[in-house]
Design a protein. Structure first.
Length: 116
């Protein structure tokens, strides 16, 4: 059974940085894309960033220039480097893997709180 486990969330001051990681356990093959989504309090889940197997990156406008997504295919791991964090980045962050048959896998989420 495939499980995604996020780590790296926490409390950070505005302007600070955090790095999230998400690793897959279990047998998972042919990952087409990896991504990060978030759900802020009182809001719907939204896309943050995605990266394809070929390395093509896509970002939400709200995080462009501040967040960077990367992946380690050998480790089935995706990262999200977050810089210049703002209060509005406060949310639960979820990682997502899409495999070749379009099955989606989701992590349970990690909380990021940006506050002074």
């Amino acid at each position: 059974q495939v499980q995604l486990v996020e780590s790296g969330g926490g409390l950070v001051q505005p302007g600070g940085s955090l790095r999230l990681s998400c690793a897959a356990s279990g047998r998972i093959f042919s990952i087409r894309a990896m991504g990060w989504y978030r759900r802020a309090p009182g809001k719907q889940r939204e896309l943050v960033a995605t990266i394809t197997s070929g390395g093509t990156e896509n970002y939400a406008d709200a995080v462009k220039g501040r967040f960077t997504i990367s992946r380690d295919n050998a480790k089935n791991t995706v990262y999200l480097q977050m810089s210049s964090l703002k209060a509005e980045d406060t949310a639960v962050y979820y990682c997502n893997f899409v495999v070749i048959n379009l099955t989606n896998y989701w992590g349970k989420g990690t909380l990021v709180t940006v506050s002074s």
